[in-house]
Design a protein around this ligand. Sequence first.
Ligand code: HSE
Length: 324
Amino acid sequence: MDQPSMSYIRVFAPATVANVVCGFDVLGFAVDFPGDEVELFLSSEPGVRIRAIDGDDGRLPLDPQKNTVSASVIRYLEKIGRQDLGIEIVLHKQMPVGSGLGSSAASTVAGLFAIHHLLGQPLGVEDMLQLAMEGERLACGQGHADNVAPALLGGFVLIRSYQPLDIVQLPTPTSLTCALLHPHIEIQTRDARKILKPYIPLSDVTMQMGNLAGFISSLYTNNFELMSRSMQDVIIEPVRAILIPEYDALKRLALSAGAIGFGISGSGPSVFALCKDQLVAKHLLEQLKNHLAHQGITSDIYISSINIHGPKILASQPFTPSSK
Ligand code: HSE
């Protein structure tokens, strides 16, 4: 790659729901909305700089080595041996930090997808995933793939193995809709992991394996009854539910309003429900939001289809010799 393909690009990358109740650290899916946007500008001055971040209330680092978007872009340039290039970054945060919606993954993937296309796609998907996981390590302390893989690839994704990385893309039943509720409290993934039990009874492992296998089978067969039976978590939810206000009441309300299944999105505090259509999702979210409001807790709600395409290029300008 001698010349970049573009001098400017703007990319959207989606929010994601990790774990999906029965697949702790190994299952995730992407939604169409919300998501983050990243703009990259080719500059004549070598090095990677953050020009601006909006939507984060000034909370994210502007230091290029510490910010997950710029750090990932730097690692990308190192990997292809193009540290001579100059890149300026604008990050538009469009979802809350520490929400369990894969916020850092969306930003990281948007940045990586943007630099990848700006430079004519010199790397493979596997490399992109590894770089995105390194970005997650910077943001959360551990390099999980259950947010970055669906954010990059779209749809439902299984991480069959981390060592070596083995990613399996799964089918998405049509009409499946995701209802998301973000209560206005913050939980850091690294804190939500500290409280988990290091050892679990064999009988719980057996149940969890059955549920994960059942859930994956339901994706292939469009079997929402099987999906519903499989969306049970005997390992993580019982420990983490205490971090989320009114969790049990929200779950009861969601299931009685017709959710196929309900659970914690990633490490929380957001919760999600899979629904057979938008109508159920809308009705259910109104009830959940009202319930929290009565307890004095404000929240945001989102209704979205499953995102099956991953990131999207929103705007770009081709490279011309004068654009550097
Ligand atoms: N699977 C992670 C956890 C969150 O539940 O801690 C996202 O990577």
